[in-house]
Design a protein around this ligand. Structure first.
Ligand SMILES: O=C(O)CCC(=O)C(=O)O
Length: 270
């Protein structure tokens, strides 16, 4: 027999699907909206290939992108349950008391701070100002204990692309409008936006960008980007919710959250 609680979850899921269908998933902010007047970052041009998940096969992903260049993938809407769990009220209700580890938002993320998720949401998560430095900004991204966050991660459906012999590990994040991670690189992976929008800037491994590791991506965008020689301008794209970007091995990338954003990366490693 179906319990009343289960029936409620099923009905609210279908209601959510219906709402998303009516509004289009981009209108639905999950309670994470930011006052427009506080938004200092805006979307830019998209100079990265954009493909639809239904039109990009595993074979083409491997041949064209996996080892050579980034791609933005518009996903099928199959993370609605995960997205529902990431709504502000649901994250607070389920995980508000959990301790999370924040990292300073500078290139090498040296400083860590442990707080409860509720403290982060109520007291630390806020729109970035232009004067705040990256090493003074605390950002929740990664350092997730898999056992503690299993209930959430179990609902996430990662992008359906594989690189032979590599497996994926998740890093979950929540960050304020205008925050971001300055340029850095590591192995390949995917970054998906669940709520909000995120602007990604990228350079190939052989083109080291010029940046100060403690200055924020926002400061770089306002002060350095306009001065770049056309040859130094990175490729970029703004990822909307339900979209994912693939970054190949050792590609430099810097991120900038346009809105308060909820996001998850899948890092691939041997
Ligand atoms: O999503 C972000 O802001 C940071 C993501 C990132 O830098 C990464 O996945 O390596």
């Amino acid at each position: 027999m179906i319990k009343l609680g289960h029936l409620f979850v099923i009905l609210s899921h279908y209601f959510l699907l219906f709402l998303t269908f009516l509004l289009g998933s981009n209108c639905y902010d999950g309670g994470w909206s930011t006052d427009e007047s506080l938004l200092l970052a805006h979307p830019g041009p998209c100079t990265i290939d954009v493909r639809d998940e239904s039109q990009l096969s595993q074979k083409e992903f491997l041949e064209r992108y996996a080892y050579s260049k980034p791609v933005v993938i518009k996903r099928a809407k199959d993370n609605l349950v995960f997205q529902h769990m990431c709504e502000r009220s649901n994250l607070i209700k389920k995980f508000g008391d959990k301790k999370i580890r924040l990292s300073s938002a500078n290139t090498y993320s040296y400083t860590k701070k442990d707080v409860s998720l509720l403290t982060y949401i109520n007291e630390i998560l806020r729109p970035q100002t232009l004067t705040m430095l990256g090493n003074e900004t605390f950002y929740w991204f990664g350092d997730n204990n898999y056992t503690e966050w299993e209930e959430l991660f179990n609902q996430y459906k990662p992008p359906p692309y594989r690189i032979p012999r590599m497996t994926g590990a998740y890093s979950f994040g929540l960050a304020g409008a205008g925050t971001g991670v300055p340029f850095h690189f590591h192995g390949p992976g995917f970054g998906e936006v669940i709520f909000g929008r995120k602007r990604w800037f990228m350079y190939p491994p052989e083109q080291t960008p010029s940046f100060h590791p403690n200055r924020t991506t926002l400061q770089w965008l306002y002060e350095d980007h306009p001065e770049l020689h056309p040859r130094e301008i990175p490729i970029e794209c703004t990822i909307n919710q339900g979209e994912v970007i693939y970054f190949p091995d050792r590609w430099w990338h810097g991120t900038l959250n346009i809105d308060t954003s909820v996001f998850i990366s899948t890092f691939l490693a041997y």
